[in-house]
Each structure stands twice: as structure tokens, then as C-alpha cells.
Design a protein around this ligand. Structure first.
Ligand code: PMP
Ligand code: GLN
Length: 382
């Protein structure tokens, strides 16, 4: 057995979703919408399925999807990307993260990570034999701690793994913060693996800025997107990496040894999705912002300390004002059983034992009536 994997727990998302099912709770834990993605996109997948699109597609992805990824890079960020040499399609952002790290990291290299962090980052970095250097962001503002970040970079730094918009902090990194990170990467000759799965899910006028668009960063960044989030089709697991032509061949070799290819009918449909007009992407964010507002206001009215969510599917809350005697894990268990509403303990996004233990994350990517019912249940429980 691999010691690291034996020591790794089952992901908190699976644990909490199973608990939600067991107790008949509304699941505001794991981040998946309770509505399907755009019908034309789903239909394109069904059409492709019936149209003999069922054998191995090209290793780096169907040409039409690579072209669509390149076109989206140009449309949204002004990035000029060669679809034949600078895009690799993967089976979800999860695979894209592993493939990107595999492409650039050797055993013993250091990888800078920002806490709170998505739960696959640390196990993957360690499986590759790399050494994690953790830097912690602090609530409620989650500002970049510049001195600590600068101190985490050194001669052994190979890469930083940056997630913006950030899960679970729901923070969108500012241009100034990104410039600071870019300067460190250049000074220390480091790559940046950029998990940008929530790139289109930003609120209140916050605009996602890919680190790759900053001066000097075009060749250093591996930019990851996910159709799961962009089209509310989380089960599809189609991701895409945009990176310089000098890096793409290694990324492709990693992908070759992880999954080799990704379902071609889904790739075809995601290409259709990425070509949708600007209105689709604006509505996607606006709909989600209305849901965020509904849940945030409702939780605040119940007494939760609600942190501002600038992007993603999530809002983080402080349950201290409710006077619950117990930590965040106990709180999430308790409300699942007693209120029949499930959330995720934010301490699950920290590596150390000294994680904050009074925050829980709620997903608002649910129908309005479901959010209202969850609030009513929490109100009745309280
Ligand atoms: N990164 C972050 C920050 C996420 O929240 C998620 C959750 N889905 C992923 C990566 C994985 O994305 P995918 O489902 O495309 O593998
Ligand atoms: N990204 C989702 C979340 O943060 C979970 C995906 C998963 O279950 N691995 O809730």
C-alpha cells in the first residue's frame, strides 16, 4: 500500500454528502448545482453520442474543443493561444491539476500553496515527492500576506499553486496581489499552476484576472478551466489546460499516463458551450449572484457571521454568534442531523491542526426554493 494514500482520509465532500443522504438533509455541502447545464450543450453531447463520437479522441483533445478553448482565451482575456500546441484537454480540473504539477515538478522541489486550500492539492503535491510550503490567508478579508508569501519562495521553489476565484474563501485575487505573485515567480524562476475553475463565477463587478495575462507570465502559467463549473455540469469532468508551447508536451505526457483521453462526445458539447454568446456567461454569474444574495441574507438574519463571497459556488460563515458548543465538524454534523441541512467544515481546507474551527461553508448553487427551504429548516432548528 502507498503510505500517503493510506494516511489520506476520504474527502470531506463524499463524507458530508453521504451524511446528507443518510439524514434526508438538503445538501449545501459539496459544490454541485441541483439544476442541469444549458440544454443545447447537453443536446450536443447526446447528438455526438449517437453520431459515432465514441472512440478515442486525439490525446490532447478534439480539435474543435482546443479551438474553442483558444477562442475563449482570446475573447475573455485577450490571450493569443495556439490551439494545436498550447491546449490540453483533461478529465476534469482534478486531472488537470495533477497533470500540470507532474509536468513541472520533480521530487524534492518546493511548491507554494495558499491556505485554505482545495482538498486535492496537498495529497497530489506530496505524491509527486514535492515539498509543500504553506502560506495562510486570514478571514474575513483573506488578503494576501505578502511578507509570508515572499518568505515561502526560495531557491527550491518550482511552482506556486494559485486558486482564483478561491474555494472556499470565495476570494477573487486583485490585480495588485497578482502582480506581487508574478514578481515572485519571475524572481525565483517558478511556474504557476492556476486553478481558475470558477473564472466565470464572479460577483459585484469583480473580474477574474488570469495570472497568465500579467507581463512576463505567459510562459510560466498553466491555466486550468473546468466545464463542470462553467456549464453547471459537474459530473462531466471535462477540464482544459492552457499553457505555453514549451510546457504543453510534458503536460500531454502526464495526461497520456493518467487518463490518455477524455470522453469525445462531452468534448464536442463543451466546444459548443464555450462558443455561447457573452450573454450566457453574464447570466451565469448574475443568476448565481442572486442565489448568493438570498442565502447570505438569510444566514445573516439567522445570526451567522457571513463573509462576503466574491466568486465561486460558496459562502463562508462564522457560526460563533449562534453559541454552538463544538467545532466546525461537530456543527456540520449537528445541523445535518438536527436541522437537516448540510454544510462543509472549513477546517477541512487546512493542513495543520491549528486551523480555524468556527467557519462552515455553504454552497448556494441550488434552486431558490431549495435555498429558502434550507433557511426555513435552519430557522426552525435555531
Ligand atoms: N479546483 C477547485 C478549486 C474546485 O473547487 C474543484 C471542484 N470541482 C476542482 C478543482 C475540480 O474540478 P473538476 O470537477 O473539473 O475536476
Ligand atoms: N469542488 C467541489 C467542492 O468544493 C467538490 C468536488 C468534489 O467532491 N471533489 O465542493
Amino acid at each position: 500500500q502507498n503510505d500517503l494514500l493510506s494516511a489520506t482520509g476520504t474527502t470531506v465532500f463524499t463524507v458530508m454528502s453521504a451524511l446528507a443522504v443518510q439524514h434526508g438533509a438538503i445538501n449545501l455541502g459539496q459544490g454541485f448545482p441541483d439544476y442541469d447545464g444549458p440544454e443545447d450543450v447537453v443536446r450536443a453531447a447526446a447528438d455526438a453520442l449517437l453520431d459515432n463520437r465514441n472512440q478515442y479522441p486525439p490525446l490532447t483533445g478534439l480539435p474543435e474543443l482546443r479551438q474553442a478553448v483558444a477562442a475563449a482565451n482570446r475573447r475573455f482575456y485577450g490571450l493569443e493561444i495556439d490551439p494545436n500546441a498550447e491546449v490540453v484537454v483533461t478529465s476534469g480540473a482534478t486531472e488537470a491539476l495533477t497533470a500540470s504539477l507532474m509536468a513541472v515538478v520533480n521530487p524534492g522541489d518546493e511548491v507554494v500553496l495558499l491556505e485554505p486550500l482545495y482538498d486535492t492539492y496537498l495529497p497530489v503535491v506530496k505524491l509527486l515527492g514535492a515539498v509543500p510550503r504553506l502560506v495562510r490567508l486570514s478571514p474575513p478579508r483573506w488578503e494576501l500576506p505578502r511578507a509570508e508569501l515572499a518568505a515561502a519562495f526560495g531557491p527550491k521553489t518550482k511552482a506556486i499553486l494559485l486558486n482564483t476565484p478561491m474555494n472556499p474563501a470565495s476570494k477573487v485575487f486583485t490585480a495588485a496581489e497578482l502582480a506581487f505573485i508574478a514578481e515572485l515567480c519571475q524572481r525565483h524562476d517558478a511556474y504557476a499552476v492556476c486553478d481558475e475553475v470558477y473564472e466565470h463565477l464572479t460577483f459585484d463587478g469583480w473580474k477574474h484576472i488570469p495570472l497568465m495575462t500579467l507581463p512576463g507570465m505567459r510562459e510560466r502559467c498553466l491555466r486550468i478551466g473546468s466545464a463542470g463549473k462553467t456549464f453547471n455540469l459537474t459530473g462531466w469532468k471535462v477540464g482544459y489546460i492552457t499553457c505555453d508551447r514549451s510546457l504543453a508536451p510534458n503536460v500531454a505526457k502526464a495526461h497520456q499516463n493518467l487518463t490518455f483521453t477524455t470522453a469525445p462526445n462531452l468534448q464536442r458539447a463543451v466546444a459548443v458551450g464555450l462558443a455561447k454568446d457573452d450573454g450566457y456567461f453574464a447570466d451565469l454569474a448574475a443568476d448565481l449572484q442572486a442565489k448568493r444574495d438570498r442565502l447570505s441574507a438569510g444566514l445573516a438574519a439567522l445570526g451567522f457571521g457571513v463573509l462576503t463571497s466574491q466568486g465561486s459556488y460558496f459562502v463562508t460563515t462564522d457560526f460563533t454568534p449562534l453559541g454552538f458548543a463544538g467545532d466546525d465538524v461537530a456543527f456540520c454534523r449537528h445541523i445535518t442531523e438536527a436541522a437537516k441541512v448540510t454544510a462543509i467544515p472549513v477546517s477541512a481546507f487546512y493542513a495543520g491542526a491549528d486551523a480555524p474551527r468556527h467557519f462552515v461553508r455553504f454552497a448556494f448553487c441550488k434552486r431558490m426554493e431549495v435555498l429558502d427551504e434550507a433557511l426555513a429548516r435552519l430557522g426552525a432548528w435555531k
